[in-house]
Design a protein around this ligand. Structure first.
Ligand code: F6P
Length: 477
């Protein structure tokens, strides 16, 4: 019998019969995990309740899947989400120790909300359930669940990067958060580089590793630690792009380009995405390769995000200023070099834009994976594909070997890569695309979920097998 799976994440994509289909990266991943099994998806409702108001979990059931959500109070939201998760963990895990704003109050709020999640979830857990926790908002959740007597298999997947121990140790009271990952049976990271960083961290916490370094022992617990590069529903996305390119939205966009080549960036407005550096790289491109002026349009689609966090408001101002400077400097009455749009678009609209773009610019300063890079590849026309210019600091760079890799801090290198991409011969574009598409088809989101859940199953069997062998040995001895 397939065990029931409980997925826990900060946000939950509760299906809305009135609204569009929910299909963000996390929703696609959770759908894949819950595809062939009964399951619960538990997390924050996205609603803020008044401080002190007692709210109980809301449950919505659709076929064999239940969505269980709780509200956060204004104080919880401020301290847990805006505070510790997004002003301490997010910057530090993205290597931006300089941006971390730690307060003991926010850490307290973070630990309190994790305890609240565990308390609210506890009554839904059956002894034979598997539990899969997602991302940096919920590092100590397993500790809280164990404290409530749940010895179920619990896995954790970190969607964002994991830096080296030197940087992790800058995290105040890291034992309260990072080190509690040892309470899980399986910890997954995006890349092998992240996994190795975390292994080094645990070694410094006293963990001992086996020869293959995929499992460690700490405080009497055995924990598996491996990389599972998150993926997309490749074939579904390719199909979406093939259809979306025939939409009115796509036709209007194509007309507006007036035969100019499209260079495209799509990112949440976040300092980790390197948007100012990318705009400067594009400015450098117009400066170094003036022959492209008038012949390209750079569209940067950037929905606002986490606006209550001061660093996110600052980045908006920086981007607006840079776009204005470059448009002012190089623009003409009949040509605007950069179009900057602060709006979120449907998956289908984005797929159409990706397919239309001769160059996909994905140049974060640091990124756990970056699914835009994978979606850009999946959306291309194999007969006439665009070229991906990808940051060497995106997790996706470990896999997408047909991309032009750049250091986003080097404007000249970015400018040269854009020029190379625009000039790349068709046969080379096809060959690079074919290679990456093949990889993404073989390693899609279903395979990702399957790999993680098989490893979680193994993490249960391995210690038992070991114990059985030991008891056999003791009995014979
Ligand atoms: O990249 C990490 C992540 O949590 C994603 O899973 C999610 O899409 C994104 O950040 C959005 O963050 P938030 O929930 O803060 O808007």
């Amino acid at each position: 019998m397939v065990p029931r799976l409980i997925v826990v994440s900060n946000r939950v994509a509760v299906p809305d019969p009135e609204g569009p289909r929910q299909a963000g990266g996390l929703a696609v991943a959770v759908n894949a995990a819950l595809k062939h099994r009964e399951g619960i998806w538990f997390g924050w409702s996205g609603e803020i309740s008044e401080d002190g108001a007692e709210t109980s979990p809301r449950v919505i059931t659709r076929r064999q899947r239940s969505f269980v959500t709780i509200d956060l109070s204004a104080t919880d939201f401020q301290e847990y989400y805006n505070g510790f998760a997004n002003r301490v963990l997010w910057p530090i895990l993205h290597y931006r120790v300089d941006l971390a704003e730690f307060t003991a109050v926010d850490l307290g709020g973070y630990l309190r909300v994790n305890a609240r999640f565990a308390e609210a979830l506890s009554r839904f857990i059956r002894p034979d359930d598997w539990i899969w926790v997602h991302d940096y908002h919920l590092l100590p959740l397993a500790k809280e669940l164990r404290a409530r007597g749940h010895d179920n298999p619990i896995g954790f997947f970190l969607h964002i990067p994991c830096p080296s121990p030197d940087i992790l140790m800058a995290l105040p009271q890291h034992a309260e958060t990072m080190a509690t990952l040892a309470q899980y049976d399986l910890v997954g990271t995006q890349t092998e580089h992240d996994a190795e960083n975390l292994r080094h961290y645990f070694e410094q916490q006293g963990a001992t590793f086996g020869r293959n370094r995929v499992a460690f022992d700490l405080d009497g617990r055995r924990v598996q630690l491996r990389s599972f590069p998150v993926a997309i529903a490749t074939k579904v996305y390719a199909r979406t792009a093939r259809t979306a390119i025939r939409s009115d939205f796509a036709a209007e966009m194509r007309d507006s380009l007036n035969s100019r080549k499209l260079i495209l960036g799509v990112d949440r407005l976040d300092y980790s995405k390197g948007i100012p550096h990318r705009i400067q790289g594009f400015g450098q491109f117009l400066e170094t390769f003036p022959q492209w002026r008038h012949h390209v349009t750079y569209l940067q689609v950037t929905p606002k995000s986490r606006s209550e966090v001061p660093e996110y408001a600052d980045i908006n101002q920086t981007v607006i200023t840079l776009v204005g400077q470059i448009n002012g400097r190089y623009g003409e009455p009949a040509w605007t070099p950069i179009r900057y749009v602060n709006r979120a678009y449907s998956r289908a609209s984005l797929a159409a834009l990706y397919r239309m773009a001769a160059v996909g610019l994905v140049t974060p300063l640091r990124d756990g994976m970056n699914l835009v890079a994978k979606e850009y590849i999946a959306a291309q026309d194999p007969e006439d594909p665009g070229v991906l210019v990808l940051s060497q600091f995106a997790g996706a760079a470990e896999e997408l070997d047909g991309a032009l890799l750049v250091n986003p801090l080097e404007a000249e290198a970015m400018a040269a890569a854009i020029d190379t991409a625009l000039q790349m011969p068709l046969a080379e574009r096809q060959e690079r695309h074919r290679r990456m598409y093949r990889h993404l088809s073989a390693n899609d989101i279903d395979r990702w979920a399957e790999r993680f859940l098989s490893a979680l199953a193994e993490s249960q069997q391995a210690p038992r097998l070991f114990d059985n062998l030991r008891s056999l040995f003791v009995a014979r001895g």
